[in-house]
Design a protein. Structure first.
Lengths: 146, 528
């Protein structure tokens, strides 16, 4: 039986800590374990944009997807491949906590690994951080790496 | 090398500006820059205004108003009153019920609607309504609401076509609008003259962008500023606005546009919220106000032109505010992410409802309820001003100043808030219309930095002219330019509406059969 672990990555130091922890887990579980790296570009369908921004949005999404793929997912996958850990990666747009949970449910994952959020300020206080939202709403166990 | 039409058009505009500036130099000493700009502007655009607003022989009814109403009525009947049947589905689409969150990241239905609304909700709702009720009386509100409800069908038709025939370029950018659906749709149906009509629309769209989308905004923003900080020359406001617009559209400083676009919706909510508070406080007068609206709609209650005068003003200001049938919204909505063009049609029909039926009606009610329009207490008829052109107002104000006075009678601080709102609305509308105008310009003259820079510079020059000129000539030209767009657009819509009908029938069939379902229902079905 294989075990899938969802890992939230974003190229930051915190994301790398989550990845490092997931690597250790994968090594302990063995070859049956697969890591699914998820890089979420925060995006809300309810924001206000100018007509010009809208007309270039498709192009902008392609650029953002490519950047996330090349700068976050590809290097992480390369390092996992070197260590013989099975992994794949995906770039998604939306609310990070929902996307990570949806992918975990879709893959029937064992758990989600994320790093402790570094979000500060009013919005994190009012709406809660990505990590806090994920912990509260996830359908699978969540490991928060400090 | 410059294309021939580009050369002719820029030469015409340069000549117009040269005439304005040389006359300004000659007459500056006698009347000041503002007076000269105003006079010259009136002369330069008078023929165009007369042509667009020419009445039917023997009547005072402008043919263009009937043109818009007929269009909206035909679309309403042709699509079986879809604006009333389809509202629930429209709201579900805006909420994202039918969107797959895994495909997120592109322009959502909500964003397309919000962007289009930021181009329409603004001075038309504040100043335009004040103009309508002061000239056409409270009865104009009735016709305005009716025009808003009918206009929902026009908006549905044009925005469906806007998405269906948009141009999606290899680099991922999107361009759409009447010029594209008229030329491509006519070709597809084998109808001749599509390119000519599309070109005509593009010319009118450029004029509309410079008129209603620019000069009217600058003019009314200046009027509101003088209300708050005292009288000063309009060209100063014009130069400041032009500089800001230039920085954003030419300098590419998007942060200003982003900040504006974040604040504008909140200003809109604040405006509507204040209106609701005034209406609640005066709840006992709401019934009376609606009585005035209904009575005025059919009798005029003493306004110039009677019932027809009220009707013309109501329809004119509704069209100017919600732009249904004008074609501008089709440009804004065309960037949405959807494989079903008709879904954006459904979403877009909410636009005239929010803009006209809700916001414009609130402005009108506040003006009526706060007693800004002077009435003869004995006869109940409204008293006209000395010129006999409009209803006498409590403090003699008109346009945005009248709305400001109405709100100020309840909240003394409101003129300051309204000044900020007007400036932001004006700025955001200008940015939207600079884009619409640019799309029309590049359609005519091709994509290219020189062509784009020429239009953007021209747009900024017209900001100054708009702020310096008086309300009369500016509002006439703005109306004429916006309505001229509807001439070409509605002809196009008549020929292309069978395509929309086909799309709608197919979509509704699949919706009924369960082929198209809400995302959560799809997920449930997959699990089961």
């Amino acid at each position: 039986m294989s075990a899938t672990i969802i890992v939230g990555v974003d190229g930051s130091e915190a994301g790398n800590r989550a990845l490092a922890y997931a690597k250790r887990l994968a090594t302990l579980i063995g070859s049956e374990c697969k890591l699914e790296l998820v890089c979420v570009v925060e995006w809300s369908p309810y924001t206000f944009q100018t007509p010009e921004e809208n007309s270039h949005r498709k192009k902008q999404k392609q650029i953002e997807t490519q950047n996330a793929q090349e700068r976050v997912i590809d290097p992480a996958l390369a390092s996992l491949k070197e260590e013989g850990i099975a992994a794949s990666g995906v770039v998604k747009f939306g609310k990070a906590s929902s996307i990570l949970n949806n992918i975990a449910v879709e893959h029937n994952a064992e758990q989600i690994v994320v790093a402790r959020s570094t979000e500060q300020g009013l919005s994190a206080r009012v709406f809660g951080s990505v990590t806090a939202n994920l912990v509260m709403s996830a359908n699978v166990p969540v490991t928060v790496v400090s | 090398m410059l294309k021939r039409p580009y050369f002719i058009f820029t030469s015409f505009i340069s000549l117009l500006l040269l005439t304005l500036s040389s006359s300004a130099q000659a007459e500056e000493s006698s009347g000041g820059i503002d007076a000269v700009v105003n006079e010259m502007f009136g002369h330069a655009t008078g023929w165009f205004v007369s042509l667009i607003f020419a009445p039917f022989p023997g009547t005072s009814f402008p043919w263009i108003v009937l043109w818009l109403v007929t269009g909206a009525s035909i679309f309403t009947l042709y699509f079986g009153f879809l604006q009333f049947r389809g509202v629930g589905h429209s709201i579900a689409l805006v909420k994202g019920d039918y969107s797959d969150p895994n495909d997120a990241g592109e322009v959502s239905h909500f964003q397309a609607l919000a962007t289009a609304l930021s181009g329409t909700v603004g001075l038309g709702n504040i100043a335009g309504v004040a103009v309508a009720v002061s000239i056409g009386g409270p009865g104009a509100t009735f016709w305005m609401i009716l025009a808003g409800l009918m206009g929902m069908a026009s908006k549905f038709t044009e925005c469906t076509l806007g998405v269906k025939y948009r141009n999606e370029y290899k680099d991922g950018s999107v361009s759409g609008g009447p010029m594209y659906y008229i030329s491509k749709g006519f070709k597809e149906r084998g109808i001749p003259g599509g390119r000519f009509l599309a070109g005509l629309f593009a010319v009118f769209c450029i004029l509309g962008a410079l008129g209603g989308g620019n000069m009217f905004q600058a003019n009314q923003a200046h009027a509101q500023l003088t209300q708050v900080i005292g009288n000063y020359p309009g060209w100063i406001t014009g130069v400041v606005f032009a500089a800001l617009v230039f920085i954003v559209i030419v300098g590419g400083i998007k942060s200003i546009a982003r900040v504006t676009d974040k604040i504008v919706p909140f200003m809109g909510i604040l405006y509507v919220g204040s209106a609701i508070v005034i209406l609640i406080v005066n709840a006992d007068k709401i019934g009376w106000a609606f009585g005035q609206i209904f009575a005025g709609a059919f009798t005029g209650l003493g306004v110039a032109g009677g019932m027809v005068g009220a009707l013309i003003q109501g329809f004119k200001r509704a069209a100017f505010s919600n732009e249904a049938g004008v074609g501008s919204a089709a440009i804004a909505h065309s960037a949405v992410q959807t494989n079903e063009p008709v879904t954006e049609g459904f979403v877009s029909l909410l636009e005239p409802f929010i803009d006209t039926v809700v916001i414009c009606t609130m402005t009108a009610l506040v003006i009526i309820i706060t007693g800004q329009l002077v009435q003869n207490p004995e006869t109940g008829m409204y008293i006209l001003n000395e010129a006999g052109t409009a209803i006498k107002t409590a403090d003699g104000s008109s346009g945005v100043a009248l709305t400001s006075a109405a709100f100020a009678s309840a909240f003394s601080w409101f003129p300051i808030l309204l000044a900020i709102a007007v400036i932001l609305f004006a700025f955001s509308t200008m940015l939207s219309w600079s884009y619409y105008g640019l799309k029309a310009w590049t359609y005519l003259f091709g994509e290219g930095k020189t062509a784009e820079l020429t239009f953007k510079t021209l747009f900024c020059v017209f900001v100054i002219i708009g702020a310096a000129a008086n309300l009369g000539p500016v509002i006439d030209f703005s109306d004429a330019a916006i309505f001229a767009m509807a001439v070409a657009n509605i002809i196009g819509l008549y020929f292309l509406m069978p395509i929309v009908k086909k799309e709608l029938t197919s979509y509704q069939k699949r919706l009924k059969s369960g082929e198209i379902v809400k995302y959560k229902d799809r997920k449930k079905a997959q699990k089961a």
